[in-house]
Write a new protein. Structure first.
Lengths: 76, 211
């Protein structure tokens, strides 16, 4: 069971703000901690996938509920 | 003439070894080389070099979006601001957008119901050119549209670049040409350089863009 340490509400923000906010949040976290992100930008689905691949963090989950998206990112 | 193996006995041994195990050694080397190359490739810090040459609000977005995003991805980023691009580094950002002579720019209202916002107001160039304050109005509408859509302002993106450690450098020649002083620009400008200094940075980069 992973502990949720951080939450980030990026709803209403558009490219590239969700990525920039996540990057900022992740910098303050320690390794192994998980960040839960909420977003409404449809582009964020692909963007967070690419972001995690590039930065070596792990995208644990990517969910889609109506016009809202939720992501779980573990800092590695 | 004697062979190497005759002069150096140990060479004879390794030659025998190579004859016996040559193909296996080759395969081992190839595999190791491929692995090492991939490892180096994966661990390499990517870099982006941008030349920003435009000073209007619409053209300010691409360099700042790409630079701030690349810095978030952990890349090394440098942006060289030259000619009108220098406007993007001014302490007071007064960027405007002009629909005049820009047929690619949709003219849409940032308010009202969806069907109304969807209308493209096709204003003839002659009218745009003749109406005083038309650009100010267009800029105001663009700013409202940006706000309505949750898109960052230029100031926000520039701040994100600074926070992300983007190397902001400016063209000294343009500063002299347009009669600016260094005091007109934000103090975060790292250096005042020329083409000869920027080109080696661009040459080292993985991605280089002229905007």
């Amino acid at each position: 069971m992973t502990t949720l340490r951080q939450e980030l509400d990026a709803r209403g923000l558009n490219c590239p703000l969700p990525i920039l906010r996540v990057k900022k949040a992740i910098t303050t976290m320690s390794h192994g901690q998980v960040l839960r992100v909420l977003a409404t930008d449809p582009g964020s689905v692909k963007d967070f996938d690419a972001f995690c691949k590039q930065t070596g963090n792990e995208l644990l989950a990517s969910e889609h509920n109506g016009s809202e998206y939720a992501f779980l990112i573990r800092k590695n | 003439m004697s062979t190497i193996a005759e002069v150096i006995p140990s060479a004879r041994l390794s030659q025998d070894l190579f004859q016996k195990h040559g193909p296996a050694l080759d395969a081992w080397f190839d595999e190791r080389f491929a692995k090492k190359t991939q490892e180096l490739e994966e661990n390499k810090t990517r870099s982006l070099a941008i030349i920003a040459t435009k000073g209007t609000m619409d053209w300010a977005y691409p360099p700042f979006i790409l630079a701030s995003t690349a810095s978030a991805l952990g890349w090394d980023v440098s942006v060289f601001f030259t000619f009108y691009g220098l406007e993007l580094l001014k302490k007071d950002l007064h960027l405007e957008v002009s629909p005049l002579g820009n047929p690619g720019m949709p003219m849409k209202m940032p308010f009202g119901p969806k069907w109304f916002k969807g209308i493209n107001w096709n204003v003839p160039n002659l009218v745009m050119a003749g109406l005083p304050g038309f650009e100010k109005m267009a800029t105001g509408m663009m700013k409202q549209t940006v706000k309505n859509n949750g898109v960052a302002t230029i100031a926000e993106l520039r701040e994100a670049c600074i926070e992300g450690g983007v190397n902001l450098v400016a063209c000294q020649m343009t500063v002299d040409l347009f009669g600016y002083t260094h005091g007109d620009f934000i103090p975060e400008v790292k250096d005042w350089i020329g083409a000869a200094t920027f080109l080696p940075i661009a040459q080292q980069s993985d991605v280089c863009l002229f905007i």
